[in-house]
Design a protein around this ligand. Structure first.
Ligand SMILES: C[S@@+](CC[C@H](N)C(=O)[O-])C[C@H]1O[C@@H](n2cnc3c(N)ncnc32)[C@H](O)[C@@H]1O
Length: 360
């Protein structure tokens, strides 16, 4: 990342790892399944795969769930060829991408286990592709299916204009925060627009004609015109503000801390895709963040541990205090959620799942 921010989830498979604390993201991967199955059908109907299909997950992170989306696509492809015995099943390659600091050791083990447990002829492991999805990752016209869950809302960098104008992501002063909220949101939206434009352009080069892409990001509904917050990080910033007030972290450091994620509105997302022009939108599905999940498992502690798994590397890099900051973050977030100071999901936050076909 150009700002040098430590963008990776907590590594390994221990207590604080992303692998063990990503139930909410897994919930969205499950909700994406029918959309992925439809994308596979669409692909098989409309493209000539020449006996091979290449599938990539971008921003896969680590842990067993890194393979959830590609595995869903592999199942759907084999199901199709089982039903139509006249056709020879294609050879499949799967590629898993994330930033270089991701824990690829865990991913490599999951990939090997997936390959070994799957005896179906034609399944060929592709491999691991470290690098930013804001650069070209694959050869031209080499991919048939691309998936990305809870990753494309990560920006290539936090909005530089906020930093240069000394506008913090989250003002400690309530009035200032209210007044500057729309400005901050606009700066994030501009950065997201630039980044998503680039992402779409790069993926359009890598996909075959009529190739399919399914992405899901946290987002908002534009009809909720009153929301001037970045819902992707507002609750986290509120926790950090509390920690700064209690002098657990340094207020000045908080004022120069920017979380590089943006939750777009449905209209914003649709408009960027349409104007960029490489893809046709097949459908956009709006998911409620808890739908299809066991609601009793979604406790304040579970959400706080999930937040820690995502943000701890970045917090340690910026604020230091590596042994305390994660623990204190969990304690504070759990308390905010238990006392109603914040809510999960924050009102107005949804997951926007969009299915796209690359135009010829
Ligand atoms: C919240 S995790 C989601 C992981 C997984 N897709 C899931 O649904 O559980 C976001 C992932 O996106 C990755 N990511 C963020 N920016 C990226 C970029 N520019 N290129 C590749 N991966 C990126 C992060 O490193 C992280 O592993």
């Amino acid at each position: 990342m150009s700002t040098g921010q430590a963008v990776h989830m907590n590594q390994g498979e221990g207590e604080a790892s992303y692998a063990r604390n990503s139930t909410l993201q897994s919930g969205e991967q499950n909700r994406m399944r029918p959309v992925i199955e439809e994308a596979v059908k669409c692909l098989i109907k409309s493209t000539k795969s020449d006996g091979k299909i290449a599938i990539a997950d971008l921003g896969c992170s680590s842990g067993p769930k890194a393979l959830a989306l590609v595995s869903c696509a592999v199942d759907a492809i084999f199901q199709h060829y089982r039903a139509d015995r006249e056709q020879v099943p294609p050879e499949l390659s799967v590629f898993l991408n994330d930033l270089p600091d991701n824990d690829f050791n865990v991913v490599a083990k999951s990939l090997v286990a997936f390959h070994e447990s799957d005896q179906r002829i034609g399944l060929v492991t592709g491999g691991i592709v470290p690098g930013s999805f804001y650069k070209r990752l694959f050869a031209r016209s080499s991919l048939h299916l691309i998936f990305a869950s809870s990753s494309v809302h990560w920006l290539s960098r936090a909005p530089e204009d906020l930093r240069t104008n000394g506008i913090p992501m989250y003002d400690g002063d309530d009035d200032l925060r209210q007044a500057r909220g729309p400005l901050v949101l606009e700066a994030y939206a501009r950065q997201f627009k630039n980044d998503l434009n680039l992402f779409l352009n790069l993926r359009a080069q890598e996909l075959v004609s009529a190739g399919q892409m399914v992405i899901s990001v946290p987002g908002r509904c534009a009809s909720d015109g009153t929301c001037h917050k970045n819902l992707a990080w507002d609750a986290v910033a509120c926790v950090l503000n509390d920690m700064a007030t209690r002098e657990v972290i340094d207020r000045e450091k908080l004022n120069s801390f920017y979380i590089p994620i943006h939750a777009p509105s449905d209209v914003e997302l649709r408009e960027i895709i349409e104007v960029e022009g490489s893809f046709k939108i097949n459908k956009m599905v709006v998911h409620e963040p808890k739908s299809g999940m066991d609601k009793s498992s979604i406790t304040p502690k579970m959400i706080a541990l999930g937040g820690r798994a995502v943000f701890e590397p970045m917090l340690v890099q910026h604020f230091g205090k590596s042994d305390q900051i994660g623990e204190e973050f969990v304690r504070t977030m759990e308390q905010h959620l238990s006392t109603g100071r914040s809510e999960f999901p924050p009102p107005g936050l949804f997951l926007l799942c969009v299915s796209l076909t690359k135009m010829v």
